[in-house]
Design a protein. Structure first.
Length: 109
């Protein structure tokens, strides 16, 4: 998971040369026998923007949570949900320059 400041919209995800795909290919190399899951497109609702808390859609999607389980047959993490928390504050708009991405997982022994 992290603040990668890399666009993750549909256009970027479908471009094999995009920064998003270069980033995810690097992560996948860590466990080539597993499937890398970007939680937002897999189970998120709505646009998932995190760059602008004052924007109705949250701006661009630039923050991510990925799941990359060990080889099949091992203990697995199953994503349950993912959401964007804007941490809005009426005195300063928001408490950070990005919204937070939060996820819950089930532990499957």
């Amino acid at each position: 998971m992290g603040d990668f400041n890399t666009r993750g919209d549909q256009e970027e995800m479908s471009d094999a040369q995009s920064a998003y795909n270069q980033m995810t290919k690097g992560f996948q190399k860590a466990r080539p026998e597993s499937v890398l899951i970007d939680l937002w497109p897999a189970i998120g609702q709505g646009p998932g923007g995190t760059s602008d808390q004052s924007d109705e859609d949250g701006g661009r999607r630039i923050d991510y949570i990925f799941a990359l389980n060990p080889k099949p047959g091992s203990t697995q993490l199953k994503p349950r949900n993912v959401l964007v928390n804007r941490f809005l504050d009426p005195q300063v708009v928001a408490l950070s320059d990005h919204s937070a991405v939060e996820a819950q997982f089930d532990w499957l022994p």
